[in-house]
Design a protein around this ligand. Structure first.
Ligand SMILES: N[C@@H](CCC(=O)N[C@@H](CS)C(=O)NCC(=O)O)C(=O)O
Length: 160
């Protein structure tokens, strides 16, 4: 039986979505984030040394990393992925890696730079922190996110 070690509000949502699409049977073990640090609980490290989510187990097999999990599930279900000689294979691989490799870095940076301004800090530091955060967001992060969203929009516009 596939077991999803599901951390709340995390990339693990993608794995649940994929399992539903593939109509595979699975069970969910829920993990809550630490209220203060927002990090995963140490219990997830009992499953995989990094203690990150998503991670799944299937019997004795432990699989971490979104792309690797998705590939494992697609192969197990024998559907959705393109055939080995298919011309769609390169596209499939590209989009599989693109999510984590290209889009997550600016999204994660946005999350962190947004959080900078809401963290407790001495009152005199706040305007400086805000100015730095706004500067990085406007000069780099937001234009990068827009570029990726425009790219995805254009590609989806041409594909079924
Ligand atoms: N590239 C990894 C990223 C895993 C990752 O960083 N997951 C986050 C949740 S979205 C996490 O576990 N954060 C909690 C922590 O770092 O303690 C993947 O796609 O599986």
């Amino acid at each position: 039986m596939i077991n999803v070690h599901h951390l709340e509000n995390s990339r693990s949502q993608r794995v649940l979505w994929m399992l539903e699409e593939l109509e595979l049977e699975y069970e969910i073990k829920h993990y809550a984030r630490d209220k203060k640090t927002k990090l995963a609980p140490t219990a997830l490290r009992d499953i995989h040394p990094l203690g990150k989510s998503p991670v799944i187990t299937d019997g004795d097999v432990v699989i971490a990393e979104t792309g690797a999990i998705i590939e494992y599930l697609v192969e197990k279900a024998g559907k959705l992925g393109p055939g080995a000689s298919s011309s769609a294979l390169l596209q499939y691989r590209y989009w599989l890696h693109y999510g984590e490799g290209s889009t997550m870095p600016p999204l994660l940076m946005k999350l962190l730079f947004d959080a900078v301004t809401t963290r407790p800090m001495p009152f005199f530091a706040k305007p400086i922190a805000k100015a730095i955060s706004k500067g990085v967001l406007n000069s780099y992060i937001l234009p990068q996110i827009k570029m990726h969203l425009d790219f995805m929009e254009a590609e989806l516009g041409e594909s079924p």
